[in-house]
Design a protein around this ligand. Structure first.
Ligand code: HEM
Length: 215
């Protein structure tokens, strides 16, 4: 037990927690994107999907799991960053951009905080609302009828894309998957995944705004 605690609170243990929570959150993103793409099928299909989801008895368990994953990913990542800063004397601090880093890796904390800000607004306007009898489809489309709301989503998706573009490679490195043949594949795969996921959500926001009259 004591040994387990020591592993979890070690520097590498904390990084592994951030990496694993991030990977599970990617699984959520894929399923959430797949569900949201049903908006393109029209009100009947999307509302049917939303009602089936809400009726699922396992939903509360999945939601608690999500909260734990988000909290773990964010809080432990911030702690690791703070400890790294403490361990590095001021004179030795190097620029975030040093050593040929990508924009994704250099802005990881800022894009992460931007996604967190997005999430707070997103949950307040999409999850914790009473859409009464109008159905979730009408509620979602109604939100995107406001072009400012859609633009906010598009900007947030740029932040999400940058965050994800470095995430896969960072997680692989933490989990010890590093080799001259595999690393470039993971890097490219991470960028493709980031573009597909952020682009998919962005396309939905753009389409919904356009269709809802924000054009
Ligand atoms: C076009 C983009 C998006 C749309 C249209 C959308 C739509 C929705 C809707 C309608 C809900 C409420 C579902 C319900 O009450 O049954 C929801 C919940 C949620 N969304 Fe999104 N979403 C989008 C992007 C995102 C992104 C990028 C993230 C994460 C970074 C995210 C994270 C969440 C979370 C965590 C929940 C709560 C899940 C739950 O409680 O079951 N969403 N979203």
């Amino acid at each position: 037990m004591e040994c387990c605690c020591r592993i979890l609170t070690s520097s590498i243990g904390k990084k592994v927690q951030v990496a694993l929570a991030g990977l599970f959150l990617c699984v959520f993103l894929i399923s959430h994107l797949a569900g949201n793409l049903l908006l393109w099928g029209g009100p009947e299909l999307f509302n049917h999907y939303a009602e089936a989801l809400e009726a699922n008895l396992l939903l509360p368990v999945a939601e608690i799991g999500l909260v734990v994953l988000f909290a773990l990913h964010i809080l432990v990542a911030l702690r690791v960053r703070w400890e790294n800063k403490q361990a590095r004397p001021v004179g030795y601090q190097v620029s975030e951009w040093a050593g040929g880093r990508t924009i994704g890796s250099a802005t990881m904390m800022w894009t992460g905080l931007a996604v967190l800000a997005f999430l707070i607004v997103h949950l307040k306007t999409m999850r914790f609302v009473d859409h009464g009898t109008e159905g979730l489809y009408k509620h979602v489309m109604g939100q995107f009828a406001n072009p400012g709301y859609a633009i906010f989503y598009l900007v947030a998706m740029v932040a999400l894309g940058l965050h994800l573009s470095h995430g896969a490679q960072a997680a692989a490195k933490t989990l010890g998957v590093e080799n001259p043949r595999i690393t470039p594949v993971i890097q490219k795969g991470g960028v493709i995944f980031a573009i597909a996921v952020a682009g998919g959500f962005g396309a939905i926001a753009f389409w919904a705004c356009w269709l809802a009259g924000g054009r």
